[in-house]
Design a protein around this ligand. Structure first.
Ligand code: PLP
Length: 380
């Protein structure tokens, strides 16, 4: 009999909550109207979209009207960065980002470079953090926008968004943060952070795939949209609303709002147990980004001289990830770990374990045993 799956890849995607699924089902059966239709069924559906938007707003402590739904974080990031670059507030033509961002940001920035936008890629230190003095040295009245993620998807490392935003605003620049990994893991108060844009995606916190969005301050009203068409979402994102997914997103925001504190505590306990046991059993291993603030659910552990791809295959039912990427059949080491100063060998030897509220203590014990067992096989 095969061993049950131990899923420790929640930074890639998460299990959808059962009550989220149940909330969505009616919108694929009897409540199928277009939310823009003015007849009775359309009005009923539109009311539920409004409620979902309010639940998203509540999670981030913002007004529901400032939330725009998209197909996910990638689309939200493209919308904001390309919108900002097209608008070029007062002729500003520079975006500042950082080397460890997700590909959705980095590839969009690379594209914008070909369109004549100047992009500054800030380096990070050994813990994955940008240096605010370096940011101050680069920012000027030519800076249009700063785009720095709240939590890194490979290491869970948290950036100092509040102070980065302060610097942005002192220079008249806008601030966007990709919070895709942080949502549902820690409380996010957009009003307190004072950022102009926040990006999120439901499938990273127990919602459906293919729905997410962004918060935008009213300052973004002049941005051209990425998608032109029927003018849905106040013209910021045309296309018939994906009602079932939107209602599901609302429900998973409601769940996150009520569970965040409790989940953060229990997940941190399990994450610490996993780290402590692995480091004790394998003294040559180390945690990438350990000595800084990190998300409760991600740990990225380097097993020097080990090939993480082989490790992952041998872990079999224990599902974990690595950050290496395959580009035209050439495997490249994680750009995040390389930016933190790891050599190719250590970057290729690093594994990401990402937990969720569904991870149990028993699973963590079994995962630790399997890691120790496979490591000793690979190391002999
Ligand atoms: N940003 C971060 C930090 C992510 O981890 C991901 C998902 O891998 C994305 C953006 C893209 O999200 P989506 O799958 O919703 O497009």
């Amino acid at each position: 009999m095969s061993s049950p799956i131990i899923y420790l890849d929640n930074a890639a995607t998460t299990k959808v909550d059962q009550d989220v699924i149940e909330t969505m089902i009616p919108y694929m059966s009897e409540l199928y109207a277009n939310a823009s239709s003015s007849h009775l069924l359309g009005t009923m559906v539109n009311k539920e979209v409004k409620t979902a938007r309010e639940k998203v707003g509540k999670l981030f402590n913002v007004e529901a009207r400032d939330i725009t739904f998209t197909s996910g974080a990638t689309e939200a990031i493209n919308t904001i960065l390309k919108g900002a670059a097209t608008f070029r507030n007062g002729g500003r033509n520079q975006i500042i980002t950082c080397e460890t961002e997700h590909a959705a940001t980095l590839e969009t920035c690379k594209y914008l470079e070909t369109m004549g936008v100047e992009i500054i890629y800030l380096p990070v230190n050994a813990y994955g953090i940008i240096d605010l003095e370096q940011l101050k040295a680069h920012i000027s009245d030519r800076t249009l926008l700063i785009s720095i993620m709240l939590a890194n998807n490979e290491t869970g490392v948290l950036q100092d968004i509040k102070n980065i935003t302060k610097i942005a605003h002192e220079h008249g620049a806008l601030m966007m943060s990709d919070a895709t990994q942080a949502v549902g893991k820690l409380a996010i108060d957009v009003e307190d952070l004072d950022i102009d844009f926040l990006v999120f995606s439901a499938h990273k916190f127990h919602g459906p795939k293919g729905i997410g969005g962004f918060y935008s301050k009213s300052s973004s009203k002049n941005f051209p949209p990425l998608l032109h068409g029927g003018g849905q979402e106040k013209g910021k994102r045309s296309g018939t609303l994906n009602v079932a997914n939107i209602v599901g997103l609302g429900k998973c925001c409601e769940n996150a709002f009520s569970q965040i504190k409790k989940n953060e505590e229990s997940i941190t306990k399990l994450r610490d147990m996993l780290e402590d046991e692995i480091l004790r059993a394998i003294p040559e291993s180390y945690i990438n980004g350990e000595k800084t603030k990190r998300l409760c659910n991600i740990t990225n552990i380097c097993f020097p001289k080990i090939d993480a791809d082989i490790f992952i295959k041998m872990l079999n039912n224990v599902c974990v990830s690595n950050g290496s990427a395959c580009h035209s059949s050439v495997i490249e080491a994680s750009h995040v770990l390389k930016a933190m100063g790891l050599n190719d060998s250590d970057a290729f030897g690093s594994l990401r374990f990402s937990l969720s509220k569904y991870t149990t203590e028993e699973e963590i014990h079994k995962a630790i045993e399997k890691v120790k067992q496979v490591y000793s096989l690979l190391n002999n």
